[in-house]
Design a protein. Structure first.
Length: 162
């Protein structure tokens, strides 16, 4: 069979458009990761701003994201996976060295976590004057009652602890 005798292929326009659309869609979706949102706001305890510490959100992917708390109580967490997130607010004491528990265990491996050397806390006078211990219902990952449903884009969540 010579080249001129080959049967013609009937490429219907509808078939070509569907193939092109599905191929393009597959390429776009293959490059997309999970949808994320940015969460920011302030932290207050008994009506007053929490002036030091960290806010940690653990989203549905299980990855913790942390933000320091500013002296005005503000925090900002970028790229939190959309969905319900568990929140922990920690504010360790600001006087003297940070004490580490000697018998901590990594829950995923069951292995003992070696304690880090003690570090001196760096804090402003305002932070030292306004520091208050937070309850375990917000400061312990196993006991926290704080939850927030993250939406795509910018989110504002005011964390109020009573």
């Amino acid at each position: 069979m010579s080249f001129s005798q080959r049967p013609a292929v009937n490429w219907r326009p509808g078939f070509v458009m569907k193939f092109f659309f599905l191929g393009t869609l597959a390429i776009i979706l293959a490059g997309c990761g999970p949808r994320t949102g940015q969460v920011s706001g302030t932290v207050s305890f008994n009506g007053k701003p929490v002036t030091s510490g960290t806010v940690t959100m653990v989203s549905v992917d299980g990855i913790p994201i942390q933000s320091p708390i500013g002296e005005d109580g503000a925090y900002s967490l970028p790229q939190i996976v959309v969905g319900e997130a568990k929140i922990v607010v920690s504010s360790p004491p600001l006087s003297g060295p940070i004490k580490r528990k000697e018998d901590r265990v990594d829950p995923s491996t069951g292995k003992k976590i070696e304690p880090q050397p003690e570090q001196e806390v760096q804090a402003t006078q305002l932070q030292k004057d306004t520091w208050r211990a937070l309850p375990a219902t917000v400061s312990d990952i196993t006991q926290t009652t704080l939850r927030y449903t993250v939406k795509s884009g910018k989110n504002v969540y005011e964390i109020v602890v009573e």
